[in-house]
Ligand binder design. Structure first.
Ligand code: L3W
Ligand code: SF4
Length: 441
């Protein structure tokens, strides 16, 4: 059984409220951290090996130590709660059911960074959650954990919740900052990184909800103990939101030492695939990461078991691997059509492109159109090559990672399931939906 750090109290009735959270040891990490120096808190986070849980896996302590500290200039912590990656709903769970864990993590993190104002930028579609967060902020303030002179230490902090308006691109950190400043959410060119020039051109750390929540157990148990959980550079625990063709969709906390096979089939997690269907493929890290077919999911190319961690999932690069990403784990059984699935994703990225750069603005709808043509049985072999060519021209040639995120799923689908694309070209009806894989010789 995986060790639980973030969800250990999730089952306790009323854990959403301050008194119950406090009774379980809540806010003890704040009391401990505020007796340390900010530098010592940053050091603990560095020692923990915590990596950003939003998708990129960038080392959190390193990001914090990049924060510029010019004299007289405010610094900000911004929590990225714009969880819009298809298949990803773990931050929603944390904010909805254990909001004080995020608030507690924000107080410690803001103290470590020297920020006196911090923001939670939350996805507009999560319309009921800002009230939950604001209630938690009010409770924390009434109990002396927010506002002026927290716990008599002289440290001041205010936290504000800002609602987004429903654009996926506002989850990209610089688009988020633009939106927070009241502008259209267009990504900025990097560098400069937000750590140097972020919100209102001031040094800013942007971290995912789960990343900031993880700071609480790190302070409670120490960075060194946190680093002992997991394996290699995949330290601590990771929340996985599991969906698709599985018996038990939901949010799970894993310690990154379990295999993909165990995660899919064990009753502790996904509980297997309904109706005894076969596993066809999986997208383990949100829709932006490459899809992997069953044979490469359960084992690496070297015959080693594939594990649920950053390194193992990426083993072999994109030729045979994928990414941990945001932990949005989608399972596809043998009845799912890869061409249709890829087309649906392409429509999403084409719709969400902000339109600033040509390869993404023009390339994403073009990929969708080609996929639609192939899916509807009107494609030719040349269309598969054209699709490959278009995705290659997008990848690495755009301002922000949305271009890559649109290209990678298409590339992986062609790489691993080219025969399904060809079937759609040579046959009037969809192979998978109409005949089942068993008839596919
Ligand atoms: C200072 C440097 N800071 C890097 C910081 C940078 C950022 C972090 C990671 O995209 C990916 C994307 C999605 N000085 C720095 C520095 N930083 N070098 O480190 O940066 P980066 O550019 O690697 O990633 P990103 O722009 O944050 C995130 C993928 O994650 N993804 C995410 C999906 C969406 C969700 C969601 O809805 N919640 O997770 C899934 O795979 O495609 O590739 O903070 O500033 N020298
Ligand atoms: Fe906008 Fe796409 Fe360019 Fe990102 S890659 S800046 S979403 S056009």
């Amino acid at each position: 059984m995986s060790k639980k750090l973030l969800l250990k109290d999730a089952h306790i009735e009323g854990i959403r409220y301050f008194d119950v959270y406090r009774k379980q040891g809540g806010y003890e990490a704040v009391e401990k951290a505020l007796k340390m120096t900010p530098e010592a808190v940053v050091e603990e986070v560095k020692t923990s090996g915590l990596r950003g849980r939003g998708g990129a896996g960038f080392p959190t302590g390193m990001k914090w130590s990049f924060l510029a500290k010019p004299e007289g200039v405010p610094r900000y912590l911004v929590v990225n709660a714009d969880e819009s990656e298809p298949g990803t709903f773990k931050d929603r769970y944390l904010m909805e059911f254990i909001p004080h864990l995020l608030i507690e993590g924000m107080i410690i993190s803001s103290f470590a960074l020297g920020a006196n104002t911090s923001y939670i930028y939350i996805r507009g579609e999560y319309s009921w959650i800002p009230d939950i967060l604001e209630e938690a902020i009010d409770e924390a303030k009434k109990n002396g954990f927010l506002g002026k002179n927290i716990l008599g230490t002289g440290y001041d902090l205010e936290i504000y919740v800002q609602r987004g308006a429903g654009a996926y691109i506002c989850g990209e950190e610089t688009a988020l900052l633009e939106s927070l400043e009241g502008k259209r959410g267009n990504p900025r060119l990097k560098p400069p990184f937000p750590a140097v020039k972020g919100l209102w051109a001031c040094p800013t750390v942007v971290n995912n909800v789960e990343t900031i929540a993880a700071v609480v157990p790190i302070i409670n148990i120490t960075g060194a103990e946190y680093a002992k959980i997991g394996v290699g550079r995949s330290t601590g625990t990771k929340l996985i939101s599991a969906c698709g063709n599985i018996n038990k969709p939901g949010v799970y906390e894993i310690d990154m030492t379990i295999t993909v096979e165990e995660f899919i089939y064990s009753d502790e997690y996904c509980g297997g695939i309904p109706n005894g269907k076969k596993l066809k493929a999986c997208i383990p890290g949100g829709s932006s990461v490459p899809i992997l077919p069953a044979n490469l999911l359960l084992k690496t190319i070297n015959g080693e078991p594939r594990y649920m961690n950053y390194e193992s999932l990426a083993d072999g690069g994109f030729a045979t691997g994928t990414m941990m990403g945001s932990g949005g784990f989608e399972v596809l059984d043998e009845d799912q059509c890869i061409v249709e699935h890829t087309m649906t994703l392409s429509r999403f990225y084409a719709h969400e492109s902000c339109g600033q750069c040509t390869p993404c603005r023009e390339g994403t709808p073009w990929m969708y159109k080609i996929l639609k043509k192939i899916e509807s049985g009107e494609g030719t072999s040349a269309d598969i090559d054209l699709l490959w060519d278009v995705q290659r021209k997008i990848e690495g040639n755009t301002i922000c990672p949305l271009g890559d995120a649109a290209a990678w799923p298409v590339a992986a689908a062609i790489r691993h399931f080219r025969d399904e694309f060809e079937w759609h070209i040579n046959n009037p009806e969809c192979l998978t939906r109409n005949y089942g894989l068993a008839n596919y010789a």
